[in-house]
Ligand binder design. Structure first.
Ligand code: URA
Length: 447
């Protein structure tokens, strides 16, 4: 661009024009390292307009990026802001990331379980957009819980009790903040290089030694098929390993919600039940498998079977739930709510949805359940929307269940009246079969 007369630390970019970069990608050519660095640096500084970056993003969605370009994009984004230094935390620091899904409260269960096994969980989480809230929104449904610790307090808490979950600072990968917001409104989220660089730039900047990724596929996820999820996971593993991190991934199904609860306070209550050993089978299994892999990598178990036994033990002996309580108390939350979940806020109405026929459930459609939950207050459509933590949907039946007429398919926790169309859509989210159906296979692969 003509006005770009400044000299950049990146060499060979003095006469670069952003429109040439857009055209190059449109022609399916690979961008150079310098072009990618220049793009990210200038966009973060507010010197390239959104409309031009939108055009480039769409060209990337359509024409892809090579592994080298994706690595360059990840590094450029990672260096766009602060890098968190966790070296004052003793022991193996583990971070986990889920590509997101309906009813996903894994961090609230797996984090305390791993901390109870001696792993250090120093986790920065985000808020949710769409469906239900993110981990921060869920934790904030506990009275007094504070997600904003400064770096010193964060490190001290992880050293003292083994776990802290806080909000990402504004300075962590600011390039991703801008780009993700733009992708969200320009139909450019679903792209393997863009998702991989967005996730890994944040994970690498957040400083953990090991990262576990839960890459979801299905109608409630960005990736529609296991093959796409596998490709995304492999790309993210390569990016992490190139930076000297241990990275493991699980490829998991998101065609139906994880667990039974969808909605912030409802999900925290389900996470608490799971830590008491009374949680839904799928969520419990995901945490046992995911945790056992980490224990092996950390050298705390010789194989996954031993890792699983240790993970089971911390559920049974109460040490995992005590970790959650310790974390809640350390972050200013009312820890008595963990013992007495009746203290959580309650919606004005709880309406059961009753089965009108006998049969079997073939699928509970994750995407529709997520949308319906959002519409009654459990998620936010726009960043500035407020969440009603007490609202949401609790499933009475899941895939593979036999249903008799009169059984409860779901309980809806709501504050406003439900309209007829909403009710019809909830019934429509249950896909029926006359014949016995298999339970879904939650974990497709561990890599
Ligand atoms: N989660 C992220 O952090 N980034 C993406 O692009 C998609 C999911």
């Amino acid at each position: 661009m003509g006005r770009n007369k400044r000299r950049w630390w990146i060499t060979g970019v003095e006469n670069m024009r952003f429109v040439d970069i857009i055209e190059k990608k449109r022609q399916k050519e690979a961008l150079t390292t310098e072009e990618i660095q220049w793009w990210i640096q200038k966009y973060t500084a507010g010197e390239i307009p959104d409309y031009q970056v939108s055009a480039l993003l769409m060209a990337i969605v359509l024409n892809g990026m090579t592994v080298r370009e994706t690595a360059d994009l990840t590094m450029a984004m990672m260096h766009s802001g602060d890098m968190i230094d966790l070296k004052e935390i003793r022991g193996l620091k583990v971070d986990k990331h889920s590509t997101g899904g309906v009813g996903d409260k894994t961090t609230l269960v797996l984090g305390p379980m791993l901390a109870a096994c001696g792993i250090k969980i120093a986790k920065m989480s985000g808020r949710g957009l769409g469906y239900t809230g993110g981990t921060l929104d869920k934790l904030e449904s506990i009275e007094g819980f504070n997600c904003y610790l400064d770096e010193k307090a964060f490190i001290r808490q992880v050293n003292d009790i083994g776990i802290a979950v806080i909000g990402q600072t504004e300075q962590l990968v600011p390039a991703d903040k801008k780009l993700y917001a733009l992708r969200d409104v320009t139909g450019t989220v679903a792209s393997i290089p863009l998702i991989a660089s967005s996730v890994m730039s944040k994970k690498l900047a957040a400083g953990a030694d090991m990262i576990e990724l839960d890459v979801k596929y299905g109608e409630g996820a960005f990736m529609q098929t296991p093959a796409d999820a596998l490709e995304l996971a492999q790309m993210m593993i390569s990016l992490g390993e190139a930076c000297g991190k241990k990275v493991r991934a699980m490829i998991t199904d998101m065609n139906e919600p994880l667990g039974r609860a969808v909605g912030n306070a409802l999900e925290v209550k389900e996470a608490i039940e799971t830590l008491y050993g009374r949680g839904p089978e799928d969520l419990t299994e995901l945490c046992l498998r995911g945790g056992s892999v980490i224990l092996v990598e950390a050298g705390l178990a010789v194989d996954e079977a031993e890792g699983r036994r240790r993970m089971q033990q911390v559920l049974e002996d109460g040490s995992a739930i005590r970790k959650l309580k310790a974390m809640v108390a350390a972050q200013g939350g009312n820890a008595s709510w963990i013992d007495d979940t009746e203290s959580f806020p309650k919606a004005a109405c709880v309406t059961p949805f009753i089965a009108e026929k006998d049969g079997y459930i073939e699928q509970v459609r994750a995407l529709e359940i997520g949308r319906l939950a959002m519409e009654i207050g459990a998620g936010r459509e726009r960043k500035e929307d407020a969440i009603q933590p007490e609202t949401g949907i609790v499933l009475g039946k899941k895939t593979g269940d036999r249903v008799a007429k009169g059984d409860v398919l779901a309980w809806v926790h709501h504050n406003r009246p439900l309209d007829v169309l909403w009710k019809e859509r909830l019934y429509g989210a249950f896909v029926w079969s006359d014949r016995e159906t298999a339970q879904k296979q939650l974990i497709y692969k561990m890599i």
